[in-house]
Ligand binder design. Structure first.
Ligand code: PMP
Ligand code: GLN
Length: 380
């Protein structure tokens, strides 16, 4: 069979989790919590199952959940999406991203992606017949930032989409109001669409504000905004998320969605809709993760790994150049096998070979897991 994705292997997250399990390493590689979600959320889903809410929901998602999402976005970001026409429930953010790309990118269209880039974007663009055009983030004393002049230079008459991700995986960087204004200036007067991956919207630290695209009417008018309950509610295995977009874009999204998954798990949708009545779980998330992040960062300070700046997500990147000159993938394998801590090489987020001596750790872990990992990392 001639491959549709000849350059794609097994994702780095699966590879490193398998290696961590094989070697009995502490898995700070793949991003997922090692602690339980709120039992009240499980109870809400169980109750929906017992009530018999077990058949197909509407193709676009359970109305109560779409309404809860619309209300949340309106309260937090001040944009009133119509839950009937402008919000769709998806099988995680991954499916939302794929579907947004498939419904908007025609063969030959260009899509601007900013590296380091989450590994699902480029294969999705290629499946649509699109051509990714890469712009690399720059690293300075303040951490990673997007060079908007280079994004502007990457735009051509063929550009159909610009993909953004804030808070950003793997760097933890966050787009600021000036970034949003720069993006708005680039797309103004064009028909370029935006896919905004906001799965870490509730993981922002040090009082920094999440700049959702939905805060900016000019951007929201041309954007698919994607989020994931897996991240927010500590249930990555439930694979449930959503996309919000203006009605004409959403109509096209739904044409693809209905023949892709058609719809998403009914009782989980009802359970989450009820659980969302209380905003505390997501409003408290920054404080919850900031404590873990500070614990992890404080511990790393007494190792030979150098912390990179970042204000969001549950990831921490470190520069290991004082420890080793191995390429990133080899260093991550060595760290997993010999030191017993799994990490993700940041080179996996680049499409051209690139070595910066940086790996990513996930700190969405029990304190004891983080302490065990820190004890081991202190030895290198
Ligand atoms: N986008 C980014 C930036 C992510 O980090 C992830 C999860 N690792 C996803 C999308 C996918 O989210 P989901 O598990 O809901 O499909
Ligand atoms: N998004 C998660 C990460 O960055 C992994 C998700 C996956 O395994 N596909 O670690």
């Amino acid at each position: 069979l001639a491959s549709r994705l000849p350059n794609v292997g097994t994702t780095i997250f699966t590879v490193m989790s398998a290696l961590a399990a094989e070697k009995g390493a502490v898995n700070l590689g793949q991003g997922f919590p090692d602690f339980e979600c709120d039992p009240a959320l499980v109870d809400a889903v169980g109750a929906a199952m017992r009530e018999g809410l077990n058949q197909y929901p509407p193709m676009t998602g359970v109305p109560a959940l779409r309404e809860a999402i619309a209300a949340k976005i309106n309260t937090l970001y001040g944009h009133a999406y119509d839950p009937a026409a402008e919000i769709t429930i998806t099988a995680g953010a991954t499916q939302a991203l794929l579907t947004a790309i498939l419904c908007s990118v025609h063969p030959g269209d260009e899509v601007v992606v900013i590296e380091p880039v989450y590994d699902s974007y480029v294969p999705a663009i290629e499946l649509a017949g699109g051509k990714p055009v890469f712009v690399q983030m720059e690293v300075g004393a303040q951490g990673y930032s997007v060079p908007w002049d280079k994004v502007q230079a990457a735009v051509s008459p063929k550009t159909r989409l610009i993909m953004i991700n804030s808070p950003h995986n793997p760097t933890g960087s966050i787009l600021r109001p000036a970034d949003m204004q720069a993006l708005a200036a680039i797309v103004r007067g064009t028909d370029i669409l935006i896919v905004s991956d906001e799965v870490y919207e509730h993981m922002v630290y040090d009082g920094v504000r999440h700049e959702s695209v939905s805060r900016y009417p000019e951007l929201a008018a041309r954007a698919f905004v994607v989020s994931s309950f897996g991240k927010t509610y500590h249930v990555t295995g439930w694979k449930i998320g959503y996309v919000a977009a203006p009605a004409p874009l959403m109509a096209e999204f739904r044409k693809v969605h209905q023949f892709n998954v058609f719809t998403v798990n009914t009782p989980v949708q009802h359970g989450i809709a009820r659980y969302m009545a209380d905003p505390a779980p997501y409003l408290d998330l920054p404080a919850f993760y900031q404590r873990k992040r500070d614990l992890f960062r404080d511990g790393l300070r007494s190792t030979r790994l150098r912390l990179l700046p970042g204000d969001g997500t549950y990831f921490q990147c470190v520069d290991y150049s004082a420890v080793s000159s191995l390429p990133e993938a080899e260093f991550a394998t060595w760290l997993t096998t010999e030191i017993g801590v799994a990490a993700i090489p940041v080179s996996a987020f680049y499409n051209q070979p690139r070595e910066s001596g940086i790996v990513r750790f996930c700190f969405a872990k029990k304190d004891e897991t983080l302490r065990t990992a820190l004890e081991r990392l202190a030895k290198i």
